[in-house]
Design a binder for this molecule. Structure first.
Ligand SMILES: Cc1cc2nc3c(=O)[nH]c(=O)nc-3n(C[C@H](O)[C@H](O)[C@H](O)COP(=O)(O)OP(=O)(O)OC[C@H]3O[C@@H](n4cnc5c(N)ncnc54)[C@H](O)[C@@H]3O)c2cc1C
Length: 513
């Protein structure tokens, strides 16, 4: 008699808890095979980041350790994803098994979407039962977007998937797997760690247990003062923000599990510790932003490289850089711009694969507006460095910081590295940490000795006007096209005149974009 076997194919969901694919597979079949495939595509894509790869191998290694506790293990296969998976399925079938495939879709890159379509077609053609799910909240029909908020919160408050019943692996299954071209997770992680760059600090440790510890320590203590600490780069690198980005990106913890832990704690402390409750509420917004960025990517995958508004195409594009732009770009990447706070941030980015939100925003506006280098170049450099690199957030944020989005607002933000050094690192602790030559000097001395590569105020005025004019052009076109009258159009909070509430809300969302 043919025996059922469930194959759980992991992607950006490297966890056992609150994982629908794992939960369903273990419920629906007694024998499970847990698989991760390393596709050669992965190492050749221009957005690869080696610190991120290192983190991913730590996660795989940790997942294998977890499974081994139950007498099972993670099988890591290498090869083109669809042919490797179909080869595994065929081998199991040839040995008398009836395989069923489970996976959570990965929507980050077009390669992932095409891979999922191809394996679905293969399963359909070969009568392989397939159960696919999603790893986070996602609407599939753009017409439902008016309800996004409501549906999002409903999802975040629903019960997590039950604990999976992981059973030991049968020796026969391992024998079949061993006949495939495969290698063990432990060996691979160990070998690769020898060739990957070593961060000066270990801000991030991969794996589900490490993720849960980070959630717990953040919500219990570190979240205190989150609202104001979030903008201080020295405090952020010392754990004032959750540092959960890489875990959410690789799915070692679900966004919903973090949300429920935080929201639950907020309810418990709201009466006695309103400030802490407020900090947690601010944090919950960030988690929602994350999912809303993913949602945008799902409906508009082209926005990864396409400007949100075509008016900006002449300024922001992937054309070769001029020698001057190339010099600015190289100095920006290497942290030798002569702006101490920016240089400290770019040094940290290279070493830690992390900088806090404000440093990211400052680096992005400086490169795109002051240096006149297209956001495409900066976004790719960030992806090459960030451990939490996430295309949905990163590329959209780059467009935002470059001044493209929300053109109906007459203002847009540019961050001065000098002002931010005075305001956000007034003791120079961060700059001292990353730029040893500044140690022992106060902010005034550091700034008086700095030799900036360009005139910030002048470039802000000249290049900022170019962006401002393009925003105005875009704004006028949108207003004319939509035939809409704006009330308070000269403010950042323009609202639509004469529209019913529903249209107004929809339009406001459009404006917010
Ligand atoms: C130019 C630029 C590029 C960015 N690229 C990325 C990226 O590739 N990956 C990434 O996770 N974040 C990115 N961010 C957003 C933000 O800077 C980071 O999420 C945050 O600094 C990560 O630190 P943390 O995990 O301690 O976040 P916390 O402050 O503890 O927030 C928790 C989580 O909420 C989400 N989040 C926080 N801020 C934002 C935001 N502004 N937009 C959307 N989601 C958010 C992230 O998943 C984050 O891990 C970018 C911001 C800018 C300005």
């Amino acid at each position: 008699m043919r025996m059922d076997i469930s194959i759980v194919w992991f992607r950006r969901d490297l966890r056992l808890l609150d994982n629908e694919a794992v939960s369903r597979a273990t419920t629906e079949s007694t024998q499970c095979l847990y698989v991760f495939i390393i596709d050669p595509w992965f190492f050749t894509q221009p957005e690869i980041g080696l610190l991120r790869v290192k983190f991913m191998f730590e996660c795989l290694s940790a997942l294998d350790d977890q499974l081994q506790k139950y007498g099972n293990r993670l099988t890591i296969l290498s090869g083109e994803s669809v042919s490797t998976m179909s080869h595994l399925i065929d081998s199991l079938k040839a040995n008398g098994y009836r395989p069923k495939l489970y996976f959570n879709h990965d929507i980050q890159v077009s390669y992932g979407r095409q891979r999922d379509d191809a394996i679905t077609a293969y399963c359909d053609a070969n009568n392989i039962p397939l159960a696919t799910t999603y790893n986070y909240f996602l609407l599939h029909d753009e017409a439902e977007m008016d309800d996004w908020w409501k549906r999002y919160y409903e999802y975040q408050y629903t019960d997590q998937f039950p604990l999976p019943d992981i059973r030991p692996e049968q020796a026969e299954v391992r024998n079949i797997v061993n006949q495939l071209d495969q290698f063990g997770a432990q060996t691979l992680a160990k070998d690769l760690s020898l060739t990957l760059p070593r961060p000066t600090q270990t801000l991030f440790v991969g794996g589900e247990n490490a993720a849960r510890q980070a959630v717990y320590s953040f919500i219990k203590d570190r979240v205190n003062g989150y609202r104001w600490k979030i903008s201080r780069p020295f405090l952020a690198q010392n754990g004032a923000t959750s540092l959960l980005g890489p875990h959410l990106a690789f799915g070692t913890v679900s966004n919903r599990a973090v949300f429920q832990a935080a929201a639950g704690h907020r309810t418990r402390v709201v009466a006695a510790r309103p400030k802490k409750a407020f900090d947690i509420a601010t944090y919950l917004d960030r988690l929602r932003w994350r999912d809303s960025f993913t949602q945008r990517l799902w409906f508009h995958p082209d926005l990864i490289w396409k400007n949100r508004f075509a008016e900006f195409d002449d300024v922001y594009n992937e054309k070769a850089l001029t020698p001057q732009q190339q010099e600015y770009f190289d100095r920006w990447k290497n942290g030798t711009t002569g702006f101490p706070l920016l240089d400290a941030a770019m040094t940290q980015l290279k070493h830690d694969g992390f900088i806090n939100f404000r440093m990211r925003a400052m680096a992005a506006t400086f490169l795109t507006i002051n240096c006149g280098v297209s956001w495409h170049h900066g976004a790719r450099h960030f992806m090459n460095c960030l451990v939490d690199g996430d295309i949905a957030i990163n590329h959209w944020q780059w467009q935002m910081q470059a001044g493209i989005t929300n053109p109906l607002s007459p203002t847009f933000r540019m961050y001065s590295p000098t002002k931010n050094l005075r305001d956000r690192d007034s003791s120079a602790a961060y700059v001292h940490f990353w730029l040893p030559e500044t140690r022992g000097k106060d902010v005034d001395t550091i700034l008086s000795e700095a030799t900036p590569m360009l005139d910030f105020n002048e470039t802000r005025k000249v290049n900022g006007k170019i962006i401002s004019d393009l925003r105005k052009q875009t704004r006028e076109r949108i207003i004319a096209e939509k035939g809409i009258e704006l009330e308070g159009a000269e403010t950042a909070h323009a609202v639509v005149k004469g529209y019913d509430k529903r249209s107004a809300d929809r339009y406001k969302r459009y404006i917010k974009d």
